[in-house]
Write a protein that binds this ligand. Structure first.
Ligand SMILES: Cc1cc2nc3c(=O)[nH]c(=O)nc-3n(C[C@H](O)[C@H](O)[C@H](O)COP(=O)(O)OP(=O)(O)OC[C@H]3O[C@@H](n4cnc5c(N)ncnc54)[C@H](O)[C@@H]3O)c2cc1C
Length: 451
């Protein structure tokens, strides 16, 4: 019996992995906090932001305690697509008018600096995470995407972002799969294994004397010159608190009106055979993202699998972040895989997973300090571009706690627009995403008719 294309898409493409496809729970789980401890700084959340902050603070001689609800890397840091991308693909159009040209330029620098920062830290900390400094290409799948691609590139260039246009001949010369017609290349950055990167940060933090408590959710915290963080079986107290909890921050009662947690999903294929790899070409293995309104990302991994992410975002009512399968998204991603790599049809999917990013209505980072003493720091609003930026944020926050405000941190200071209350937010976000999906789907339908 033959299986039609629509029947194929009804099936769940592959097994769900609750921790994502890159990592397992660590073999040396750190104990839950029991009793009362004190430190110079308590950091909550052991992702790129929390671990980088802790490492930078430890290097300054601070005593640091990290509280992590699950294990390091459990959040987006352990389950992203692994693009270390600078300003390519950030939403210039969404923030330029709000912040003005000069500030926008500094924001672009912030994202680009994130790439250099991670590259330096990988070297300094001796982290091997299969980093391939291939650059990243924003690649169109239909000629109708050229205008948007070029306009966005031009705006980026005016703001100091470096990129060059690759026409079809240049794409073919690089061996980029033919579904990707032309693109915009940012030469710095590339792809890495985010599981290995976050575990490398964890290892380095432990070696630097940072005390990490895993399986230790922060339940509440008090304000004051000494902040007391309450967990199920203990307390951690310090004169400074860093909430590096990104999409989960609204659940702590902070930034509810500033960031929207969005679920992003991913699928990973079985490893490609040597023959499949050879027929694919793509020797540079550049990370590819598309200029759809909700982008697709397609990349090869060091283990010769393909990882496809994004395409469909989901918002859960009340800013909740359940760690559950999103089969609709996985089917959509499987369709994108078939569309972009028709010669690989039938390649199995070895895992599907989802995670949460946080987005402000202006798509800019949300970083600052709160509390009566201004000693509760937070960072969120990574908008899906956090591999570089949230790592660099650790450096900036550590300096800030030490009393120095880096110009790049100052550049991020702006008024974040307020989000809508429920149920308006649920309606508005779903309406906007539905609209954008419809536009993207029109492009996809047209791209299937190309020869
Ligand atoms: C599928 C997917 C693909 C992505 N692809 C890319 C990409 O290719 N490139 C890119 O730049 N970005 C990408 N991103 C975004 C990127 O992963 C994030 O911006 C980045 O990892 C955020 O890091 P973080 O440390 O701020 O947050 P997180 O990694 O989310 O860390 C927050 C941590 O806080 C912990 N926590 C939450 N609440 C509590 C509590 N109450 N007590 C204690 N701990 C708590 C969580 O368990 C978690 O470990 C992607 C994200 C997803 C989900």
């Amino acid at each position: 019996m033959s299986v039609t294309r629509s029947e194929e898409r009804k099936a769940v493409p592959g097994p769900f992995r609750s921790l994502g496809g890159w990592m397992e729970r660590p073999e040396d789980p750190q104990p839950e906090l029991e009793g009362d401890v004190s430190a110079d700084v308590v950091v909550v959340g052991a992702g790129f932001a929390g671990l980088s902050t802790a490492l930078e603070l430890a290097a300054l001689g601070a005593k640091v305690v990290v509280l992590e609800r699950e294990c390091a890397g459990f959040g987006a840091s352990g389950r992203n697509a692994g693009y270390l991308a600078g300003s390519l693909g950030i939403e210039f159009e969404m923030f330029l008018k709000r912040v003005g040209h000069a500030k926008a330029k500094n924001i672009v620098s912030f994202y680009d600096e994130g790439v250099a920062y991670v590259e330096r830290r990988l070297r300094e900390l001796g982290i091997d995470c299969d980093y391939n400094a291939s650059g990243v290409i924003r690649a169109a799948v239909h000629p109708s995407q050229e205008k948007k691609l070029r306009e966005s590139m031009q705006l980026g260039l005016e703001l100091g972002s470096s990129a060059s246009f690759l026409d079809s001949a240049e794409m073919r010369a690089r061996g980029i799969p033919p579904a990707f017609l032309f693109g915009c290349l940012q030469r710095h950055g590339g792809t890495l294994d985010p599981g290995k990167y976050v575990m490398g940060l964890r290892r380095a933090a432990l070696q630097a004397g940072v005390k990490i408590y895993e399986n230790t959710p922060l339940l509440s915290y008090s304000e004051g010159p000494i902040i007391q963080c309450r967990t199920a079986r203990g307390t951690a107290s310090a004169p400074n608190l860093v909430l590096a909890t990104n999409a989960y921050t609204p659940q702590l009662g902070l930034l509810r009106d500033k960031v929207v947690p969005l679920r992003v999903s991913a699928i990973e294929t079985q490893p490609l055979s040597a023959a499949q790899l050879a027929s694919l070409g793509w020797p540079g293995r550049e990370g590819l993202v598309t200029p759809h309104w909700t982008m697709e990302s397609h990349r090869l991994t060091a283990r010769n699998t393909l990882v496809v992410t994004t395409k469909r975002l989901a918002y859960v009512y009340g800013s909740q972040t359940p760690n559950v399968p999103d089969n609709v998204a996985y089917r959509e991603l499987a369709t994108a895989l078939d569309d972009r790599f028709p010669t690989l049809r039938g390649l199995g999917i070895q895992s599907c997973w989802s995670g949460y990013i946080s987005l402000a209505y202006d798509a800019l980072p949300v970083v600052g300090a709160t509390g009566a003493q201004g000693n509760i720091f937070y960072t969120a609003g990574c908008s899906g571009h956090g591999v570089g930026s949230q790592s660099l944020m650790g450096h900036l926050l550590a300096e800030r706690i030490g009393g120095i405000e880096h110009p790049l941190l100052a550049a991020l200071r702006h008024k974040t627009p307020s989000t809508l209350p429920e149920p308006l937010q649920w309606c508005a976000v779903n309406l906007a995403m539905g609209l954008l999906n419809t536009i993207d789907e029109r492009v996809n339908r047209r791209s299937r008719t190309l020869g």
